[in-house]
Every structure is written in structure tokens, then in C-alpha cells.
Design a protein around this ligand. Structure first.
Ligand code: GH3
Ligand code: MG
Length: 300
């Protein structure tokens, strides 16, 4: 684990450096507070820091305050190191945002266990963050198919439109609806229907570029976002999707089934403001036309 030492006294610094390396830490050294703050702002900054209180440029308490002021960065566990040993010093040091306080000259064993406590806090924090991330991801996914749910795909859509506006590019969308899906459910059961939906979306997702996205718009209706595509490119992509989804049968516990689907494509135009509702309405209307014109086809 990476650890930052900020200490202006060379002897003390070397001592800490040696001992921490012996304990297996990857040590980053700063000679004053300003450099310590610089190190802590780097992308892969240490998350454990030992800061001397008295340092030129910026003292340890000031660095502490700066670290705590910022938001959105990973938590840094700070151990303040100081020759000050009065109770009020400890209180002031901890109030600046330090997690722990150790007086100089320090006892190596004491430092070791205090650092261990700090690592425990950091481990817990990491676990909490990844649990939070997982929950956030789960809340944005459709449970049956694992693709984005309706809210999430709309959020992505709005973000892509804003980006297209900014960068003067285009976005195409494809609305896909499985043909006569009710018949499949009625004949072979809901489980078979679910299996088709899962494989159907897997095929769509596998065919997309990294910056495209697919979400479940309704029961058996899906919305595909194609950033950087105009109507023509969107049509080509939709036709490719149609073939991918209809050429090969879907495996279910009730046997293999060929399914077709209808697709409606719409795209932003260079001259018009880019808003989501008219585009969705246009794709919906195109999809409706594809159904009316005999299904298993693409309309724009
Ligand atoms: P069309 O060609 O006009 O689209 O006909 P359709 O039968 O596909 O359309 P309709 O809207 O009549 O029926 C959609 C069916 O999709 C009805 C519904 O039970 C089914 N469905 C929706 N969500 C799910 C799901 O999660 N699992 C399964 N198995 N079926 C679903
Ligand atoms: Mg349908």
C-alpha cells in the first residue's frame, strides 16, 4: 500500500522512510506541506498519509484542512505527527480533520498498530464504496435481461443528445419490438418468452460498439442509442440488427423458436435542436409503420 510521508526534517524523514519500507509500504516522500498537497492531488495518490505538523510552506494541519475540504476524491487517512504533546494540540490537530495523532519521538510499534487501524478504516471504506457502486448499477439495470432499464436508457439518451448538441454531431435511435410475442408466450409459456428476451437482448448488446447503448423500453420493446450516426447509418445498423435477431432460432426449454421483430429508426438533424421527445415519437411512429407494413422490417 502507498503511503505519503510529509516531513521537513531530513533525519526524521529517512527514519520513517526506512521503517515504512521495511513494513512493506510503497513510500512517497514530500519535504514540505505544499509538496504533500501536490502529491495528494495526483490521480493515483496515496490514501494513507503521515503529516508532520510543523513544516515550511504549508503545515500539516493546513494540508489536512485542504484534503477534507474537497469532495469526490477517495478518502485519505491522515496521521498527524508532531512534537507538540499538549492535550489542546491534539484537539486542534484532530479538529483540522486528522484521523489520528502521534507525538514525536514516536514509538515504532505504536506507529505500526496505528497505521494498521488506518488501513482497516480504508478497507471498510473501499468495501462500502464498491457496495454502493454495485447498488447504483443494479438500480439502473433491467433484472430479466441485465441491460439498462427505462430510466437509465433515457438518462443516457439525454446525455448523448446534449453531447451531440455541444459537438455538432448526430445521434440515431432504433426502437425494436418483437413480432407476435404474445403468441409465443401463449403457446410456449412465459418461461420460454423470458428465455427469448434474454437471448434477444444478448445479441443486440453483443453487436453494439462500446459507446452505443441498449435499454428495455417496455415489455418486449427495446431502445438502442447510436451516437455519431445519422439516419442512413442508423438504418444500416437497424437492418443488421434485424438479420441478427431473425436469422437464427432462439433456444428455450420448449424448443427452438424463430422470432422476427420490427424496427423504427429516427435521427437528429443538423439544423434542429436536439430534444428527446420528438425523436422518440418519430422512432415510435416508424416502428408502428413497420408493424402495419407487414412486420419483420425496418422503417425510418
Ligand atoms: P406485435 O407484433 O404487434 O408487437 O404483437 P405482440 O404480441 O408482440 O405485442 P403485444 O403488445 O400484444 O404483446 C406483448 C407481449 O409481451 C405481452 C406480454 O405478456 C409480453 N411480455 C412483456 N414483458 C414480458 C416479460 O418480461 N416476459 C415475457 N415472457 N413476456 C413479456
Ligand atoms: Mg411486440
Amino acid at each position: 500500500m502507498k503511503i505519503l510521508i510529509a516531513e521537513d526534517d531530513a533525519i526524521s524523514r529517512r527514519l520513517l522512510d526506512t521503517i515504512l519500507k521495511k513494513w512493506g509500504y510503497e513510500v512517497v516522500v514530500a519535504q514540505d506541506g505544499a509538496r504533500a498537497w501536490e502529491e495528494l492531488q495526483k490521480e493515483d495518490a496515496p490514501r494513507l498519509a503521515i503529516l508532520d505538523w510543523m513544516m515550511p510552506e504549508m503545515d500539516g494541519v493546513e494540508v489536512c484542512g485542504k484534503v477534507r475540504e474537497r469532495t469526490g476524491s477517495p478518502y485519505v487517512y491522515i496521521l498527524l505527527l508532531s512534537a507538540k504533546s499538549q492535550r489542546e494540540d491534539l484537539v486542534r490537530g484532530m479538529e483540522s480533520g486528522a484521523d489520528d495523532y502521534i507525538t514525536k519521538p514516536f514509538d515504532a510499534n505504536e506507529l505500526k498498530v496505528r497505521l494498521r487501524a488506518g488501513r482497516r478504516i480504508l478497507d471498510l471504506q473501499t468495501q462500502l464504496m464498491s457496495a454502493q457502486e454495485a447498488l447504483k448499477d443494479q438500480a439502473a439495470r433491467d433484472p430479466l435481461t441485465g441491460i439498462w432499464n427505462r430510466n437509465a436508457i433515457f438518462d443516457l439518451f439525454r446525455r448523448e443528445l446534449a453531447r451531440a448538441e455541444r459537438e455538432c454531431t448526430q445521434v440515431a435511435i432504433v426502437m425494436i419490438d418483437i413480432d407476435h410475442f404474445k403468441n409465443l408466450n401463449d403457446t410456449f409459456g412465459h418461461m420460454a418468452g423470458d428465455a427469448v428476451l434474454r437471448e434477444f437482448t444478448r445479441r443486440i448488446a453483443a453487436s453494439l460498439r462500446p459507446y452505443d447503448a441498449v435499454g428495455r423500453y417496455g415489455g418486449e420493446e427495446f431502445l438502442v442509442l447510436l451516437p455519431g450516426c445519422d439516419l442512413e447509418a442508423g438504418m444500416r445498423h437497424a437492418e443488421r440488427l434485424r438479420m441478427l435477431l431473425t436469422e437464427e432460432a432462439f433456444d428455450t426449454s420448449e424448443g427452438r423458436h424463430i422470432t422476427t421483430c420490427s424496427l423504427g429508426v429516427a435521427a437528429t438533424s443538423a439544423s434542429q435542436p436536439k430534444s428527446s421527445d420528438p425523436l422518440i415519437r418519430a422512432a415510435d411512429a416508424a416502428l408502428y409503420r413497420a408493424k402495419r407494413n407487414g412486420r419483420n422490417r425496418v422503417e425510418a
